[in-house]
Design a protein around this ligand. Structure first.
Ligand code: G6P
Length: 604
């Protein structure tokens, strides 16, 4: 969703800001803009459309040593030039870029209009710009603090004042803001991606903090002006993580990175001596972990499907009743929070608004929550009691692939860990630790053979709709497979538990409707084969993702290396990512930035 970048230093801010915006594109956006201070006045350019269109429209000689820029994903008001950020106050002196949402913007706007303030956009952000200008006291930081004490809502903010061109003022409440510390220059951004090229260290603002950043230093305070102490940490992300590295799309790069990403999630966590996993970040003692009677997972989108997969692993390995629920449902049903339930929040970005709100709800009611999160230092990672970082590296493509797979791997580690504290015997522990250790090599083997998948993808791309079916362990695989196809190819796809077909969906099976079936070689094989027969007898074409060849039961089979039964779902999902990818290629879709979708959904 929306992205912020700012620069103050000795270079021309314009190219740095444009490069930062390009790095934020993956988050999804519909308009972009930039403001720099030049000779005591603001130069602002903003428009609907892509960053490269904005760059092309900028005057050749636009420059300034301080500036802010933004990519916007419309929430208040349509995507348009006027609604794009930065927004200015009426006098044109204060510029604001903002992620999040000011809840009382409509009321404040009416009040300001009654006082004669005129607005040029429909946005909540413009209200902030006007309020900051009205609080002018010669100190931008103080004006921002005063203005923010008058609003309710979520924000990550960067503010520029033409009268104080040596600084950018930042504020955070519920939406991330980072300061990137460089040599005689500072950046700010809502996402590490925009910092990596020019900063060596990073500082994360906390909710309720305001910062003033100049080329050589920064200071932070609370909203009521009490100074806070921040320590800068080295930037962990490598620049190359944000490049396509010779691949046509980030999605393909991230699919192919999965052997390494799985390896990174496992690194240092496999304990062969005690046949268990080592998870240093849980912050819960063995005794506390043994006392849990249930596990409930909350997440959104693909992370929710990973949660369903994880709940299955937890139930079968730790013998704990485990369930998963979309975070947006959970947070609004006034959930009963039980002290003997372990809650697990799953998120690649660590910033998804509904997941974060669900975590806060659990904590407010005294529950314990672990995070399975990819982005270090993200809001969810800091709001939870403890957790497991994926270490999968930045995921840029909107459609999640390596993060999804690593979430499933992290759940397997957690399930083995809890299992070994309960009823899982050492022989099973050893078997699973070995199975986990073998995953990277098996994933690499699987990803080497794409020809059959490309053919299957060309075939599926010619249909308007597809079913995905799986059973028990295979069902979350089917759900995520269907999600991938929908997201990037725009082909309608629905996933069903295989046995549910005969209770309704079978009515649609015909030669025109292909079914993608997940068929592991496990105790449910016979049952899965029976479902294929039902489809065959209605002349429905079948593409099976399976461990065995399956003979005439399937029109096409993509064979996947066998793992331990409980771990099988992890590898069975990989061909479905490639299937969606190649189908979307065949249809000429925008792979990394599919229509209407955002990478990190930081508002409701
Ligand atoms: C968005 C993305 C999905 C992602 C979901 C949850 O909808 O498009 O790919 O699964 O958010 O994101 P998270 O960062 O919490 O895993």
């Amino acid at each position: 969703m929306c992205g912020i970048v700012g620069y103050v230093g000795r270079q021309n801010a314009v190219p740095v800001l444009l490069e930062g915006l390009a790095r934020l594109e993956y988050r999804g956006y519909d308009s972009a803009g930039i403001a720099v201070v030049r000779n005591g006045s603001l130069r602002v350019h903003k428009q609907a459309g892509k960053v490269r269109e904005l760059a092309a429209a900028l005057p050749k000689r636009l420059n300034g040593q301080v500036g802010i820029a933004h990519t916007r994903w419309a929430t208040h008001g349509v995507p348009s030039d006027a609604n794009a950020h930065p927004h200015l106050d009426m006098s044109g002196r204060i510029a604001v870029v903002h992620n999040g949402m000011i809840e009382d913007a409509a009321v404040l706007r009416r009040r300001l209009e009654a006082d004669g303030i005129s607005f040029s956009s429909e946005t909540d952000t413009e209200v902030l710009a006007q309020l900051i200008a009205l609080e002018d006291c010669g100190d931008l930081e103080e004006a921002v603090r005063r203005a923010l004490s008058k609003v309710h809502g979520a924000y990550g903010l960067a503010v520029l004042d033409a009268n104080q061109p040596d600084r950018i003022v930042l504020a955070r409440n519920g939406s991330p803001v980072l300061i990137g510390v460089g040599e005689r220059q500072m950046l700010c951004a809502s996402d590490m991606a925009a910092l990596v090229r020019h900063a060596q260290q990073v500082v994360h603002l906390e909710d309720g903090e305001v910062a003033s950043v100049t080329a050589d230093s920064f200071s932070t305070t609370t909203l009521d002006a009490r100074p806070t102490v921040k320590t800068a940490t080295s930037l962990s992300a490598e620049d190359a993580d944000y490049e396509r590295g010779g691949h046509e799309h980030f999605m393909l790069k991230e699919i192919l990175e999965q052997p390494d990403a799985i390896d990174a999630t496992l690194r240092g966590r496999l304990d062969t001596r005690f046949a268990t996993s080592r998870l240093g970040g849980l912050n819960l003692t063995a005794r506390e972990l043994r006392a849990f009677r249930r596990v409930h997972v909350i997440a959104c989108g693909s992370a929710f499907y990973a949660g369903l997969m994880g709940a299955g692993m937890l139930e079968s390995l730790a013998r704990l009743p485990a369930s998963a629920e979309p975070a947006a449902e959970f947070r609004y049903r006034n959930p009963v929070i039980e002290p003997d339930t372990l809650y697990v929040a799953v998120s690649q970005s660590g910033e998804t608004a509904d997941t974060l709100a669900a975590v806060e709800e659990i904590r407010r009611k005294g529950g314990r929550v672990l995070g399975i999160v990819n982005v270090p230092g993200s809001s969810i990672s800091r709001a939870v009691d403890g957790g497991i970082y994926l270490h999968a590296g930045p995921e840029i493509s909107v459609a999640s692939t390596k993060a999804f797979t690593c979430m499933a791997v992290a759940f397997a580690l957690l399930a083995v860990h809890l299992g070994r504290l309960r009823d899982l015997g050492p022989a099973d522990g050893e078997r699973l630790i070995r199975g986990l250790a073998e995953l990277p090599a098996k994933a690499a083997e699987l990803l080497q053979h794409q020809d059959e998948i490309v053919q299957a993808a060309n075939w599926i791309s010619a249909t308007p709709s597809a079913f995905y079916i799986g059973r028990v362990r295979g069902y979350p695989v089917a759900l995520e497979g269907a999600q991938k196809l929908k997201e990037i190819s725009y082909i309608h796809a629905e996933a069903y538990p295989a046995a549910e077909l005969k209770h309704g969906p079978l009515a649609l099976v015909s030669p025109q409707l292909p079914t993608v079936a997940i068929v592991p070689d496990d105790e449910l094989l016979e049952k899965n084969l029976a479902s294929l027969e039902q489809i065959n007898s209605r002349s429905g074409p079948v593409l099976a993702v399976a461990h065995l060849p399956l003979g005439s039961l399937a029109d096409r089979v993509i064979q996947v290396p066998k793992s331990e039964p409980e771990l099988d779902p992890i590898l069975l999902g990989l061909p479905l990512q490639l299937l969606a990818y190649h189908a979307a290629i065949a249809l000429g879709r925008d792979i990394d930035q599919p229509r209407n979708l955002a990478k990190s959904v930081t508002v409701e």
